[in-house]
Design a binder for this molecule. Structure first.
Ligand code: ADP
Length: 301
């Protein structure tokens, strides 16, 4: 069982020939509502790998909030701890995708900004859970409280500090597995992380702050796994990437489930890479997250 605490967004995806300039009115090609948000995506990433998942988050009392909860429940996710807040809209990401496949995204936090930890309820959820998985798309003070509750509940924490914000020094020893992309690795470590060799050094610098394990994801270059025994680079399979939305979240979900079910660190990173490679071949956030069977069918790199 995995507890995911985080953001829930409806992604409103507009396909446009090009991004409109100031003052320009443009005919778009299409509009689609796609369930997203890092918390929701990571929960789906875990659930589609076969884990039991409890989600802690907030939506507004509106159609998007109901659609998100229905979609998550459709993946078998326990949404009892998804609170409906009366006075804020469901989190929304307005995603404009042009004909060159470039994204321009505006996020409105909405209900996500009202997430507040119920420490007793969270402690009950975390007792006996394999991981608390969380990110930085909900208020940082609440993330910090959740990490403390996890420590008191002897539940391991997998943190994805995304979107990038500085990590409180007191938090490092509370993190079991830190998952960062190249940008987050560079900002947090203060070191370049563009190549596997650089990412290994940046990951080792982050691990030295008190984290047990670090993964630096490197897009098409795969990922670097860092633990007490050293740093290892794992390449990604070559795929036709159409949309990398939710690739990191897919990776994280598969990694958490694999570690939680007793796989070694490198085997778990390998599963994360295979799941994420399938994700980038499909458009959108949650619809692009693969099921376990598809990942297992996919040959390893
Ligand atoms: P984020 O999307 O969070 O910035 P990355 O771009 O590093 O993170 O992608 C996360 C993971 O998704 C990578 O470690 C890799 O396994 C997979 N991935 C991303 N882009 C590609 C790609 N073009 N080909 C294959 N795998 C990819």
């Amino acid at each position: 069982r995995i507890v995911v605490l985080g953001s829930l967004n409806m992604d409103i995806v507009l396909r446009v020939p090009h991004a409109p300039d100031a003052g320009e009115t443009l005919q778009g090609r299409s509009i689609t509502n796609v369930p997203g948000g890092k918390g929701g995506n990571q929960a789906v990433g875990c659930a589609r790998q076969g884990a039991r998942v409890q989600l802690v988050g907030c939506v507004g009392d509106d159609a998007h909030g109901r659609a998100l909860r229905d979609a998550l429940a459709g993946d078998g996710i326990d949404t009892a701890a998804v609170r409906v807040v009366p006075d804020a809209p469901t989190g929304t990401a307005l995603v404009m995708v042009d004909d060159a496949a470039q994204n321009r995204i505006v996020v409105i936090a909405g209900a996500n900004a009202q997430l507040e930890i119920d420490e007793a309820a969270l402690a009950t959820q975390l007792a006996g859970a394999a991981f608390l998985v969380t990110q930085f798309e909900t208020p940082l003070a609440q993330v910090g409280r959740a990490l403390q509750v996890a420590q008191r509940s002897a539940c391991k924490v997998m943190l994805n500090p995304s979107p990038m914000q500085p990590v409180d020094d007191a938090w490092w020893p509370l993190i079991d597995t830190l998952v960062v992309n190249e940008v987050e690795a560079r900002m947090l470590a203060g070191l370049p992380a563009d190549t596997p060799t650089e990412a290994a050094a940046a990951g080792q610098a982050l691990r030295a702050r008190g984290v047990a394990r670090v993964v630096v994801t490197l897009g098409a270059q795969g990922a670097v796994a860092v633990d007490a025994t050293g740093a290892r680079h794992h390449g990604a399979p070559v795929v036709k990437a159409v949309d990398t939305t939710a690739a990191g979240d897919t990776f994280l979900g598969a990694l958490a489930v694999a570690l939680g079910s007793g796989n070694g660190f490198d085997a778990a990173v390998g599963l994360g890479i295979r799941a994420a490679a399938l994700c980038v071949t499909q458009p959108g956030a949650q619809p692009s997250i693969p099921q376990r069977d598809a990942v297992l069918r996919h040959t390893s790199p």
